[in-house]
Design a protein around this ligand. Sequence first.
Ligand code: 9MR
Length: 475
Amino acid sequence: MSDRPVPRGPRLRTTLTLLAASALAGGVALAVAPSADAATTLGASAAATGRYFGTAVAANKLSDSTYVGILNREFNAVTPENEMKIDATEPQQNQFSFTNADRIVNHALAQGMKVRGHTLAWYSQQPGWMQSMEGSALRSAMINHITRVATYYRGKVFTWDVVNEAFADSGGGRRDSNLQRTGNDWIEVAFRTARAADPDAKLCYNDYNIDNWTWAKTQGVYNMVRDFKARGVPIDCVGLQSHFNSGSPYASNYRTTMESFAALGVDVQVTELDIEGSGQTQATTYANVVRDCLAVPRCNGITVWGIRDSDSWRASGTPLLFDGSGNKKAAYNSTLEALNAGGTTNPTTPPPTTPPTSPPTSPPVSPTPPTGTTPPPSGTGCTAAYTVNAWTGGFTATVKVSAGSAAVTGWAATLTLPSGSAVTNAWNAQATGSTGAVRFANVSYNGRIAAGSSTEFGFQGTGTPPTGTPACAAS
Ligand code: 9MR
């Protein structure tokens, strides 16, 4: 494929002028890319609109001169493809290994590239020691991992995928995992931990199949981000992985997805772009993705998931911008053309994240969460302390079950929901019933509570939360 010049004819200029005029008429501050000579690389062209254009990088390919040549020429951001994952950075508990990640980070920083960190908390690619953990031990291990890794890369990683792929493929709810079973609040705990470790990094939630606005998974993540923003959980961005193929095709509502997340007060990043296909069809889809990002001021940048087709995790789908020999494909040319056509300017310092007024409306947080504790047991038995986060139409609750002066080997807490309310999901407990009096019994790993100790379970519901004191029965 030849390096053909990017056309910048009169027709293009007219379009840009009209765009700018209509945006100004609507009171929107829209800046078009400078009309200087078109940039000839992806990174430089994206930079002209305040964005980055990145790629996933594998440490073991940094000795491949073709690979490194394209990397250094075209890209101004990198994401370690596997080297920052939990199994790579903490192979033994509390023994951290940054050698391979550092090779990528050092290369990138020496080239003036940004580094996206991927990923701090994920159900997959956990080291063996973590896979076999659960409950509060796993929660503590997650917090320790995030703290250590984000602290180590402070000042070097500009954005972290704090939590990766926590939603189920269908239905819009959470994915089951050992992390999820530690309590539904594990994601917000991860974000708070990352913020404390690196206050300057942008903190993203990253997932696949959240590109299509109509899909339940997209809505599930959207609702989580809206809830996080309403409650002040520190989240700065959403990563749309954007692995497109026939089963998960690019859809024209992709821009709506970006705009909708942005309206919540978070940035959007295209984090793992690849598009299976070839020729002009593939090239057109790449250009559409670029145009969508450039149309949304809070779309910070685009990362493709590899350089050459042969570097891809889906090599047989030839989903990338360079062929196996490192030649530019039609998709490369259409991507560069779309970048050079410009769009909204992404501010280097994003505006303060004020909640949107319309739509959507943020659910108000209950100012004084109801809290109740059963009276202390007379020596033996258990007590239950209850806290809740409520908003209009829903709530999450945490219940702390404590043993008295004797150990318990099993327990059950009962709460009574108001009429019209229902429990939709519970963690670290087995719920019986969903309306009225709902009984939460211990699960296999948390039935035994030592004398004077406690364990926690949680549940989520619709409607208004229970207000009474939970009854606790020990066995
Ligand atoms: O590209 C990565 C591949 O080399 C690994 O074998 C795989 C293992 O989980 O992870 C791939 O990257 C994934 C990314 O970390 C998260 N989103 C999906 C990506 C493709 O599977």
